[in-house]
Design a protein around this ligand. Structure first.
Ligand SMILES: [Zn+2]
Length: 224
């Protein structure tokens, strides 16, 4: 009895197994499901990621080899020379965009800085001070030229030659650089700046230049 029962069970089990295979409609459904699935997700045999994410795993070389064998079409899609090049192109485009952004930023900053410098220049004053040392002796002190990007030493040298006198760059009482020229050349220097013909003094607007008479020093200097 028991062996009969067993054989019956086996038979019925075999019949159950055979049922889906013999049914044509079920096979069609399965085929459709199988055909639709790989397009959306195909998992890598090596790293088990979806194949397009193999690069994020640690076995890309083996993944690529496996995919090249199992699915050359997909392999070409992801790893062909062309694909890699177009990806590189995207990367450099991104870099370019960032670079352009950086440049624009730097330009804006420079512009701002230039504006600030321009504003500062407009507010800067050059003073040409006629200082009376004694009844007959004067010196002329020019202060503030550096705000207009004027190199003081060459200008001092130029004044010395031009006026055949002594001229030097020294620090004033406030610790600021100024050009001191021996003799009363204040009017000449003012004229020079107004005319704008002296290359070394170019860029100094005459509106920003003021002539100052310093007679207070006279008493102090005479006491020395
Ligand atoms: Zn992989």
């Amino acid at each position: 009895m028991s062996s009969e029962n067993a054989s019956n069970a086996q038979t019925s089990a075999k019949e159950d197994d055979n049922q889906p295979q013999s049914s044509g409609s079920a096979t069609e459904v399965e085929k459709e499901a199988v055909a639709a699935a790989p397009i959306s997700v195909l998992f890598c045999d090596v790293c088990s990621f979806p194949v397009e994410y193999c690069e994020f795993g640690t076995s890309l070389t083996r993944c690529k080899e496996a995919l090249q064998k199992s699915n050359p079409e997909l392999f070409n899609k992801y790893y062909s020379e062309e694909t890699l090049q177009s990806r590189m192109g995207t990367l450099s485009l991104e870099k370019q965009a960032k670079l352009e952004k950086d440049i624009a930023k730097a330009e804006k900053k420079a512009e701002k800085k230039a504006d600030a410098a321009e504003k500062k220049k407009k507010e800067s004053i050059v003073t040409i001070k006629r200082i009376e040392r004694t009844k007959r002796k004067h010196v002329t002190a020019i202060h503030g030229l550096e705000a207009f990007d004027i190199q003081l030493k060459p200008v001092a040298k130029y004044f010395a030659q031009r006026f055949a006198t002594g001229a030097s760059v020294t620090k004033n009482a406030q610790g600021q650089d100024e050009i001191v020229v021996q003799g009363d050349v204040a009017d000449d220097i003012l004229e020079m700046i107004e005319e704008g013909k002296v290359k070394l003094l170019k860029g100094v607007p005459s509106d920003n230049v003021e002539l100052v008479e310093d007679k207070k020093k006279k008493a102090a200097e005479e006491e020395e």
